[in-house]
Ligand binder design. Structure first.
Ligand code: DLL
Length: 430
């Protein structure tokens, strides 16, 4: 039932003792880096965990400015791997790992997958990108540590994915939620019914925002249980927080990180149960600890104890990123609100993009949805009725009147990595 029962069920007060001890050690390690030697110069030994809130934040821009080695806390000769998240502007952020860091990451990834029911008898297909992106290699080593047979196929080439799934009786897969939808269509087009022709039981889905509705859809399409997986490169990658069999929030592994929720405007720490931005401090990393890292991800800590027996607190599904929010004529909207609405309309397809344009000085929200087979078969009149229905539901959910249009299946841009859903064309020259 547990990967490491002692630590997963450790009482909260004991967990906090452990956190304080490891936090103080981490601060000493961090101060060996150029960046934190200055930033934490006046910070001594912390007596209480609550002293953490007096420490300065670390931002993505700090990582960029310190590129390439400013946050390195160990001798370069002790570094065995680097990962990187490609930003669209400026320097990429780089993250370093010692051999111990990689061992710990493999362990926490194994713990995640075990928590969701994976066992050494499972055959595991890893469709996440290998390379600088953390999704592939991160869970690869976790899956091997757990003892599963790993198929390190990486992303893309749906026919090959299906071929492996079928011939090796793959039971567990690591997959982007947006790709799960596309792969299902590829299966249908090739006459493969995932429920009867394949042996899939567990999906680990994450790396991009998605709604409860999309998760349910994926579960229904494939006949699997799909578990939400949260992580970010700056804190290793996947393995930061993961759902247990209850599928009700993600346990954030508190022997690896200390989570805080802050108000993104006032920067004040908020109590459990309140919505805000997740801030994370690593407490067992050597090569590159990060202190009070502002993730920009919006969530809350769920109050109450999980029936699964794990004592590590849970975070709610990520609602969006502070920098994801679209402001349409002054109204704030998160892309997941659009997804939630679309997923609740059975006749609508499951692939969509959002375009924001400007018309006569006014913002316009355009939602382009792929047609699914049922709607495609319908008459023009039925299509118009469906369009009006989606428009009304979107207005109800967001407060903004969108333009809805249908596009042919397969015609929306398909990324090999994370799906790009929002295209802000307001500043595009005509
Ligand atoms: O996406 C790590 C990862 C790989 C997580 C595989 C899960 C599975 P980055 O590329 O650095 O790392 O992107 C991190 O992606 O700050 C969130 O905004 C978003 N994100 C990650 N997981 C989830 C999730 C990997 N389950 C950024 N739900 C994070 C919503 C997620 N957003």
């Amino acid at each position: 039932m547990f990967w490491q029962e002692d630590v997963e069920t450790l009482a909260q007060d004991k967990l906090q003792e452990l956190q304080l001890k490891n936090l103080n050690e981490t601060l000493q390690t961090a101060k060996k880096s150029q960046f934190y030697s200055k930033k934490l110069a006046n910070i001594g030994f912390l007596k209480n965990l609550s002293d953490l809130k007096n420490l300065p934040f670390t931002e993505k821009q700090d990582l960029r400015d310190a590129f390439p080695y400013g946050l390195l806390s160990v001798d370069l000769s002790d570094v065995v791997r680097v990962h990187s998240s490609s930003g669209t502007t400026g320097n990429p952020t780089v993250v370093f790992h010692t051999e111990k860091d990689l061992r710990e990451w493999a362990n926490i990834s194994a713990r995640c997958m075990y928590t969701a029911g994976a066992r050494k008898t499972d055959i595991f297909q890893n469709t996440m990108g290998y390379g600088l992106f953390t999704g592939g290699l991160g869970f690869h080593y976790g899956a091997e540590k757990l003892g599963m047979m790993v198929i390190p196929i990486g992303p893309g080439n749906s026919q090959r994915q299906i071929w492996f799934m079928k011939n090796f009786k793959v039971s567990a897969a690591h997959i982007l939620p947006s790709y799960a939808v596309r792969l299902y269509h590829a299966m249908r087009d090739s006459g493969v019914n995932p429920k009867t022709d394949l042996n899939l039981k567990i999906f680990f889905i994450g790396a991009e925002p998605h709604t409860e509705e999309l998760r349910r859809e994926i579960q229904d399409l494939y006949g699997v249980k799909a578990f939400n997986s949260y992580g970010l490169s700056e804190i290793s990658g996947p393995g930061v927080a993961f759902e247990c069999l209850q599928q009700n929030g993600m346990h954030i592994w508190e022997d690896y990180v200390i989570p805080e929720i802050i108000d993104p405007d006032t920067l004040e720490v908020l109590p459990d149960g309140q919505d805000g931005e997740l801030v994370l401090t690593t407490i067992n990393r050597q090569a590159m600890p990060v202190i009070r890292y502002r993730t920009r991800d919006l969530t809350k800590i769920i109050t109450g104890v999980c029936p699964c027996g794990r004592t590590h607190r849970r975070i709610e599904r990520i609602k969006g990123r502070t920098d994801d929010m679209m402001i349409i004529n002054g109204v704030n909207i998160f892309p997941v609100q659009i997804e939630k609405t679309i997923m609740n309309i059975p006749e609508a397809g499951k692939n969509y993009i959002i375009e924001i344009t400007k018309q006569n000085f006014m913002d316009k929200l355009n939602v382009k949805i792929e047609i699914n087979d049922e709607t495609f078969g319908g008459t023009l009149e039925e299509l118009e009725r469906l369009k009006a229905k989606i428009q009304a539901k979107l207005k109800e959910e967001t407060g903004v009147s969108p333009n809805v249009s249908f596009v042919d299946r397969g015609s929306l841009p398909a990324a090999e990595g994370k799906a790009k859903r929002v295209y802000d064309l307001r500043n595009e020259k005509k």
